[in-house]
Design a binder for this molecule. Structure first.
Ligand code: GEK
Length: 244
C-alpha cells in the first residue's frame, strides 16, 4: 500500500507566497505522514477511538466520523465494534480525501462504512451511539461550532458519546508559549525543519482556530451533555469524551 506512505514535503522548500492551508489532492496524498508527524499522540487516539466505539456502539445505531479525511477513525471503529447491524457514516467535504479513502474501502470490502461527501454543518445526525470529531471542529468557523455541537447532541441516543479531539489554546500566556514551543520541538523531532514548521504555521493561520479546554467543556455542557472529561492530552493536543 505504497500510496499511504508518501512523505509530507509540502512546506519543505521556500514558498514565495504562502496560501491558506487546504485539504486538496496534494494534502490528501501525504496526509497519513503529515498528521502522524504533526499531531502528538495521533496513533494512540485512533486506536482508542476503536476501543471507545466498541464500548458505546449499540445495535442498529450509527457511528459518525465527522471530518474523516482518509478514514483512520472509521477503520479503527470498524475493526473493534462487535455490535450487529450498525453503520459507520464517514463524512468529509474534501473529495480528494474521500477518493483515497474509497481505495482502502474497496480494497478491504468494508461494507459497514458509508462515505458522504458533504459539509458536516449541513448533514443530519440521527440514531447515533458514537460521534467522532477527531481534529475537525478546529477547522469549523467559531460561530458555527455551537449549532454543530447542539445538532450532534440531538442526534445522539441516550447514553451515546461524542469523542472530540482538538488542538487546544491556553489562557495563561506562559502556558501558551510553553505548549507552542513543545509542539514545535515535537515536530522537529519528527524531522520537520524550521522552515517547514513556520511556513505551515502561516498557512494554518485563520484556518485552524484552537480554543481552550474550558471553552469546549462549557459549549458541550450548554448543548446538554451530562459531562465531558479529557481522556487524553499530549502538549496542546487533547481529546475529550462527552456523554449524553
Ligand atoms: C483523522 N478525523 O484522521 N465539513 C466536512 N469536513 C470538514 C469540514 C466541514 N465543514 N471542515 C474540515 N473538514 C481525521 C483527521 S483532519 C485534521 C481530520 C487535520 C475536514 C477536512 O477536509 C479534513 O479532511 C478534516 O476535516 C480535518 O482522524 O488535518 O489536522
Amino acid at each position: 500500500m505504497t500510496r499511504y506512505k508518501e512523505k509530507d514535503t509540502l512546506y519543505a522548500n521556500p514558498l514565495g507566497s504562502i496560501g491558506a492551508f487546504s485539504f486538496d489532492a496534494k494534502t490528501a496524498a501525504v496526509f497519513p505522514d503529515m498528521i502522524q508527524r504533526s499531531a502528538p499522540g495521533y496513533a494512540a487516539i485512533i486506536q482508542a477511538i476503536g476501543l471507545l466505539a466498541a464500548r458505546f456502539c449499540r445495535e442498529q445505531s450509527r457511528c459518525y466520523d465527522l471530518g474523516c479525511s482518509l478514514g483512520a477513525a472509521s477503520f479503527a471503529m470498524q475493526r473493534e465494534i462487535r455490535a450487529k447491524e450498525y453503520r459507520i457514516v464517514a463524512v468529509d467535504n474534501s473529495a480528494a480525501m474521500l477518493d483515497r479513502m474509497r481505495l482502502h474501502l474497496n480494497e478491504n470490502q468494508l461494507h459497514s462504512i458509508d462515505m458522504v461527501c458533504a459539509d458536516i454543518r449541513a448533514i443530519p445526525i440521527e440514531q447515533a451511539s458514537v460521534v467522532v470529531l477527531n481534529f475537525t471542529l478546529q477547522f469549523v468557523p467559531i460561530a458555527d461550532r455551537p449549532p454543530l455541537i447542539a445538532k450532534i447532541y440531538q442526534g445522539l441516543l441516550p447514553g451515546g458519546a461524542l469523542i472530540l479531539s482538538e488542538k487546544i489554546a491556553f489562557v495563561d500566556p506562559r502556558q501558551q508559549q510553553l505548549h507552542t514551543e513543545l509542539h514545535h520541538a515535537f515536530k522537529q523531532a519528527q524531522g520537520y525543519s524550521e522552515l517547514e514548521i513556520s511556513q505551515k504555521r502561516t498557512a494554518l493561520e485563520n484556518v485552524l482556530l484552537p480554543e481552550t479546554l474550558e471553552t469546549h467543556q462549557n459549549r458541550l455542557r450548554d448543548a446538554g451533555f451530562a459531562s465531558a472529561e479529557t481522556w487524553f492530552q499530549y502538549f496542546n493536543f487533547a481529546s475529550l469524551i462527552a456523554l449524553k
